[in-house]
Design a protein around this ligand. Structure first.
Ligand code: NDP
Ligand code: 8X3
Length: 259
């Protein structure tokens, strides 16, 4: 029997933009209750108001930086009792910074990618999963990437964080064996979001070039894949989903229409 998400409590990190915001919208339509995390409070507030107006969604906002373990723990401790039983954790907050050679890149860019994509994800899982085990129900979805399977020039550290997400997803599933808690690693190729603007520190022309003359995945395509994994029957664990645009075959093979 497929799983209904009605009244399930879903925590989404990185909900202020892109894939996280699309997940929030899709799960709001499915009548889930949402805990939304990201640093940009106004974005979260605007999304929450919209989802509440459209679907009557119950939403709890936690504006925070997942790089800060104390802030993560404090936000979870501050949840009212009726928000504490988290059924689904979507570890989506993440970013790339720069596309520089490993021997030339900025230490600050490295720290931010490692602290967000790797350590931030770990902080959330470490705080939320024990409750799932105790309650005998739960599902953790991690946002990996095609970049966790293939490394591209200038992408060493971003790709390393996503390879780590793959290892952490596998490791969590191993450690949860014997419990009903499920783990899924989602590995998209090119998705048109704010991802490249963030990577190129706001250089919009360079960011636009990444998706030029091809049909990239939309954030909704990825949210759809996540929804599929979440709604499978309880005995089915979708371990990984690798999805790419039809215009992409690997990190190195992208078909662009000539303009
Ligand atoms: P966006 O830049 O559109 O969204 C990233 C989200 O992460 C934002 O909501 C941002 O919110 C949040 N975030 C970043 N840093 C932090 C932080 N320190 N604390 C809390 N939240 C943070 O990009 P995407 O939607 O594309 O990215 C979502 C995930 O998908 C990432 O993990 C990315 O690596 C992965 N991915 C993306 C692909 C793509 O091509 N776009 C392909 C494969 C994977 P705020 O700034 O408000 O904190
Ligand atoms: C994002 C996809 O190929 O730009 O993880 O790194 S890619």
């Amino acid at each position: 029997m497929t799983i209904a998400l009605t009244h399930q409590t879903v925590l989404i990190t990185g909900a202020s933009s892109g894939i996280g915001a699309a997940c929030a919208r899709q799960l709001a339509q499915a009548q889930a209750r949402l805990i939304l995390m990201a640093r940009r409070r106004p974005r979260l507030e605007a999304l929450a108001a919209d989802l509440h107006r459209q679907y009557g969604t119950q939403i709890w906002l936690s504006p925070l930086d997942v790089q800060q373990p104390q802030a993560v723990q404090a936000a979870l401790d501050a949840l009212p009792a009726h928000w504490q039983a988290i059924d689904v954790l979507i570890n989506n907050a993440g970013l790339s910074r720069g596309l520089d050679k490993q021997y030339e890149a900025s230490l600050q860019d490295w720290e931010e990618m490692i602290d967000t994509n790797l350590k931030g994800l770990l902080y959330l899982s470490r705080s939320v999963v024990p409750g799932m085990v105790a309650r005998g129900r739960g599902h953790v979805v991690n946002l990996g990437s095609i970049a966790g399977r293939q490394t591209y020039p200038g992408g060493s550290v971003y790709c390393a964080t996503k390879a780590a997400v793959k290892a952490l997803s596998e490791g969590l599933k191993l450690d949860l064996l014997g419990t009903p808690v499920r783990v899924t690693n989602i590995e998209p190729g090119l998705v048109e979001t704010e991802f490249s603007q963030v990577r190129f520190h706001g250089d919009e022309d360079r960011a636009r070039g990444v998706y030029q003359n091809l049909t990239a995945l939309t954030p909704e395509d990825v949210a759809d894949a996540i929804y599929f994994a979440l709604t499978r029957p309880a005995h089915v664990n979708i371990s990984e989903i690798l999805l790419m645009p039809t215009d992409q075959s690997s990190v190195f093979h992208v078909h662009r229409q000539s303009s």
